[in-house]
Design a protein around this ligand. Sequence first.
Ligand SMILES: [Zn+2]
Length: 329
Amino acid sequence: MSQQAPQWNFQHLLVEEIKNNGGWVNAHAHIDRAFTITPESLDIYRKHSLEEKWDLVDVVKNASEEEYYRRISMALELMISQGVAAVGSFIDIDPVAEDRAAKAAVRAKEQYKDQISVVLINQVLKGVIEPEARKWFDRAMEYVDIVGGLPKRDERDHGKGSEHMDILLETAKKHGKMVHVHVDQFNTQNDKETELLAEKTIEHGMQGKVVAVHSISLAAHPKEYRERVYKKLQEAEIMMIGCPTAWIDAPRHEDLQPFHNALTPVDELVKYGITVAIGSDNIADYMLPFTDGDMWSELKLMAIGNRFMDLDELVKIATVNGRKVLGIE
Ligand SMILES: [Zn+2]
C-alpha cells in the first residue's frame, strides 16, 4: 500500500475554526422575504432593475403575519442547520408590509432564542421622506434592535439621499441604537454613498455605531479615491458587511473602470483595519432567486473573488466581526 500525502481541505479547516470561535454569524439578510421566488415570478428578476424591484416586491409584502412567520422560521432553521449562531436581518416595516413582518419576526426571535440570536433591523424600501413611509419608520423603532437604511430610494425619488442619512442617524442617536445602511450597490463611479456615510457619521458624532452594507461601487473607483474613502471609514469607525453572491450578478455595462470583481473590496478594507463581516443577503427571493443562504458558499466567494486567503481574517469575518457589527460582542 502506498503512503498517502496529507490533503488539505480549507473548507473543513475554516468551518472547524468558525465553530471554535462561536459559530457563523450571518450579518445581513432579508429573512422575511425568503423563499418567495417561483418559476413564474423569475421573469421579475430577469427583466427589472433593483430599483424597479423595490416596488415590484410589494406583492410578497402583502403577506399575512402567519405567512411572514413561516418564511422567517424556515430561514432561521436553514441558518441553525449550518451552525449559524447569530443572524442580523432586515425586516420590511413600511406602508405595504406595515408591522406584520415585524410582529412575526419578534415572535420568531423569541421562539428560536435558545438556538440562534436574532438581531432585527428595519428595511425602508419606501424611504423615510414620504410622510406615510416616515410614519412606519418611526413606528419600527419599537420592534428593531438596529436602525436600517436605503438612501438610494430617497435620492432617486426626491434627490434626498443625504437627508435620508440624517434621519437615520438622528433617530438612532435618539434611541441609542446602531445603524446599518445599504450603500454603493450599483458598481459604478457615480456612487459615492460610502464616503457620504462616513462624513455624516462624523457630523452626527456616531463613530463606531454605523455599519455600511455592500459598498460594491468603492471598487469601481480609482485607487486614489478608494484610499481616501478607507481613511474616512477609519476616522468614522465605520464597519462593513459584504454579501458576495448578492452583487456578483451586477449587470454588464460599458463604463470603463479599474478591473475588479463586483464584491466588497475586503482585501483592501482589512488592510486599512476596517472591521468586515459577511452576510447571505436575500435568500431565494425576487432580488436573488438562485441564492440559498449557504454561508460557506458566501465565504468561499468572498475569498476567491478578492484573492483574499488570510485564514485568520476569514474566520474573524465569519464570527467575531459579525457579532461586532450586530452589537452583540
Ligand atoms: Zn440588503
